[in-house]
Design a protein around this ligand. Structure first.
Ligand SMILES: [Zn+2]
Length: 183
């Protein structure tokens, strides 16, 4: 299969009138807000987007996008490969009246003219598709073994009571100073 780089800007009117199906890729590096939301990402976003005009004459596009990103595992704080995928059901609208009549199945995209940045169409949905919390599976996670074997106290984060600290400061002349942090 040929790798086909998708254009930065697309003309929605033309694509919908001609019923064109975009099928290709764009560098994930162009999705700045996705990059900001993940640990790292490289390679391509694979995108399919089929345009047509629906019965009401609204320009719509359906498809999906996929890319690989690295998230940070919230348990061991090491990278975790995640395959990110989002589905699209977009309707390109030009007036608020059009938006009100739009069936629920579509996400409205408000247009100023017939052109739109491809990145702007797909970035929000890819970000929404990110998991809220990323974790390795138990077998793939470093911390699960580390915790069990070596330092069980990691399971119970130390909570220093601030009043205790103040008290200790006040009573330094009564008790020997409370600094056993040299472990
Ligand atoms: Zn992990």
């Amino acid at each position: 299969m040929l790798n086909r780089q998708l254009p930065h800007t697309i003309n929605v009117k033309k694509l919908a009138e001609q019923g064109i199906r975009l099928d290709g890729e764009l560098p994930v590096g162009r999705l700045q807000r996705v990059l900001d939301s993940v640990e790292s990402a490289e390679g391509q976003v694979y995108l399919e987007l089929a345009f047509h005009k629906d019965e009401q004459g609204v320009r719509v596009a359906k498809g999906n996008a996929k890319c690989s990103v690295n998230l940070l595992c919230q348990r061991c704080l090491k990278p975790l490969a995640h395959s990110l995928e989002a589905n699209f059901s977009l309707a390109f609208i030009y007036t608020e009246a059009q938006e009100e009549q739009l069936p629920d199945q579509y996400d409205p995209v408000m247009m100023l003219d017939d052109n739109v940045q491809l990145v702007d169409l797909i970035e929000d949905d890819l970000i929404l598709a990110l998991p809220i919390v990323a974790n390795h599976t138990d077998s793939g996670c470093d911390i699960s073994q580390y915790q069990k074997k070596d330092i069980p106290e990691l399971n119970q984060p130390a909570r220093e009571n601030p009043f205790k600290v103040l008290e200790a400061l006040k009573n330094t002349n009564l008790k020997s100073s409370k600094t056993d942090s040299s472990k």
